[in-house]
Design a protein around this ligand. Sequence first.
Ligand SMILES: [Zn+2]
Ligand SMILES: [Zn+2]
Length: 145
Amino acid sequence: MQEEAQVLADYIAKNALRNTHQRFDVLDVFINSEGHFSIEELHDLVKKKHPNVSYSSTFRAMQVIEQAGLAARIRGADGVFRFEHFYKHHDHGHLVCVKCGQIFEYDNSAIIKLQKKIAARHKFQPLRFGAKVRGVCQKCQKSSQ
Ligand SMILES: [Zn+2]
Ligand SMILES: [Zn+2]
């Protein structure tokens, strides 16, 4: 079994949730897709492989996958939540386009180093690092000219 599937199976067992195939179908598609996906985008991908998984099943599956610590959600500039991998995933910053909602990742290790220093100074225990920059992507800059 894939490591992520094991984490999900453990979480489902520990919380006495219903053990459905569909959750693992959704997890499989999510883990094998790199990026930031809204429920709608994710469901489009899931449908291709598992046509009988509904939108609401995808939605509920992602909630459980998130609670199990396998996914994190970020809010795009369009207000839509998008999910990305979280389990053993390196921290990174996000550039969010306010026009099209596209999300770009960047290496924020230098920023994290600084944030750790600041946190230590305040005896603050950081749980998750991140730095989100809102702006306009290259494509949207071109289309508004
Ligand atoms: Zn854009
Ligand atoms: Zn990301």
